[in-house]
Design a protein around this ligand. Structure first.
Ligand code: NAD
Length: 306
């Protein structure tokens, strides 16, 4: 039988844990021994209003099942207050699940500043503020686990979601950098693009499809990634939902190298456009330095490669 992963003695902060995916994470970690901070502002899915009930209901559910949890009602924009709740209630923070989110879907033609700004505040600034406040604790104890939440909309784009797509792809770069900066301190960061039935998706997908996408089916991957036994999978992107789990990575064509002299013209690029877009011999870059190596090679090119 497979080992049951447990989180005894650890403190998990789950943002936006009043419903949907966040609730599924919070109840899971509490059932596996962790003390959980259930954060939720309790507003509408468009980011309007607030209500302490959302977090309270989940805390009561966890306690009724014998688990340990406290509520926090701050917006993730005040992430330091959420981490403070963890320190005050349980004395530490080990795992941060940046999950809170809203939607302000509208075609780009009709997008207003408020739609853009609110999405950036909740997803990008909110994830930053929580991680930034947890970071010194993680570094000091040489242990930390972070999950950030992206979306297929961010990875691939989606009609009516220019704001949300931009914010969700930001989670990828954010995670990749935290993974690099955290490596020395055993701080592991990964990013997921989940798909699950929740109030966010219930109006855009039919009930039979939603039935195949329970939030609980996203939880096991997150549980693996934040467990103390995961010491190597960091800075990675996963799509997860309905029992399917896949890792994504960047792919670069082997590309065109041109000598940077007078022959380097738009026409010279057009002439060899096929080389720019040829993925038959791909590369899988993992950092900016890969590109610098390519540039050095381009300087060595003789006339025959032009
Ligand atoms: P949900 O609406 O059920 O849950 C989001 C929770 O975040 C809500 O309880 C909400 O009150 C809370 N929240 C919103 N703004 C907040 C703020 N400023 N501070 C604190 N809490 C706040 O939606 P969900 O589907 O469970 O979404 C969870 C995350 O997964 C989101 O980041 C979402 O963008 C992402 N996501 C979901 C899907 C999906 O298929 N459900 C797909 C891609 C990405």
């Amino acid at each position: 039988m497979a080992e049951q992963l447990r989180y005894d003695g650890q403190v998990v902060v789950v943002t936006g844990a009043g419903g949907g995916l966040g609730k599924a994470y919070a109840t899971f970690f509490a059932s596996r021994g962790a003390s959980v901070v259930v954060n939720d502002l309790g507003g509408s899915f468009k980011g309007e209003g607030n209500d302490s009930k959302a977090a309270d209901v989940v805390v009561n559910e966890i306690k009724a099942a014998g688990g340990k949890a406290v509520a926090n009602y701050n917006s993730v924009e005040d992430g330091d207050k959420i981490i403070e709740t963890a320190i005050k209630a349980f004395g530490r923070i080990d795992i941060l699940i940046n999950n809170a989110g809203i939607l302000r879907d509208v075609s780009f033609k009709n997008m207003k500043d408020v739609d853009w700004d609110l999405i950036m505040k909740v997803h990008v600034k909110g994830s930053y503020k929580c991680a930034r406040a947890a970071w010194p604790h993680f570094r000091k104890q040489k242990f930390g686990r972070i999950i950030n939440t992206a979306s297929a909309a961010g990875l691939f784009g989606n009609f009516g979601q220019a704001n949300y797509s931009a914010a969700k792809l930001a989670m990828v770069g954010f995670t990749e950098t935290l993974a690099k900066e955290g490596a020395k301190y055993n701080i592991i960061s990964n990013v997921i693009a989940p798909i699950a039935a929740s109030r966010m998706t219930e109006t855009i997908m039919p009930p039979d499809v939603l039935a195949l996408m329970k939030p609980e089916w996203v939880v096991p991957l997150v549980a693996v990634l934040v467990h103390k036994n995961n010491t190597s999978e960091s800075g990675s992107i996963f799509e997860v939902g309905g029992g399917h789990i896949a890792k994504l990575r960047w792919e670069r064509s082997s590309g065109l190298l041109l000598k940077c002299d007078d022959s380097y013209t738009p026409g010279a690029i057009l002439k060899k456009w096929d080389k720019v877009t040829d993925f038959s011999d791909p590369q899988y870059p993992s950092g900016p330095n890969d590109f610098l190596t390519l540039l050095e090679e381009s300087q060595k090119l003789g006339p025959s490669e032009q």
